[in-house]
Design a protein around this ligand. Structure first.
Ligand SMILES: [Zn+2]
Length: 117
């Protein structure tokens, strides 16, 4: 279990990370406030897309998916796990409940089936 020293000199014990978290949360020399928050993050899955309508000038966009849970204050348990879907090239992202992620996965599956007919 890791601890972090706050700006006020408190030693705060962080709650255990979810099993999927692969993030180092606080670099040495970082002194957050007790009420600050942080994210547990999984390894990202990057999917490079193509946009044939923009070839040869268009650049492909990377869609990045990962699990994410917010914690605040520092010693709180992780909040609900969300699936983050980010478009890396324009810095847009949405955070999805597991149910919404399944809805999007189902919609993508249906659209891909129709596209291949
Ligand atoms: Zn973590």
């Amino acid at each position: 279990m890791s601890t972090v020293t706050t700006r006020d000199g408190l030693q705060v014990t962080l709650q255990p990370c979810p099993s999927w978290c692969t993030t180092d949360h606080f670099d040495p020399g970082t002194y957050p406030h007790l009420e600050d928050g942080f994210h547990h993050l999984s390894e990202p899955v990057d999917i490079l897309t193509t946009d044939v309508s923009k070839i040869p000038d268009g650049e492909p966009t990377t869609v990045q998916l990962r699990l994410k849970a917010f914690v605040a204050p520092l010693n709180a348990a992780p909040g609900p796990t969300q699936v983050e879907l980010a478009l890396l090239d324009n810095e847009d992202a949405v955070e999805l409940t597991p149910q919404l992620a399944r809805s999007i996965a189902a919609a993508l599956h249906d659209l891909s089936e129709r596209a291949e007919r």
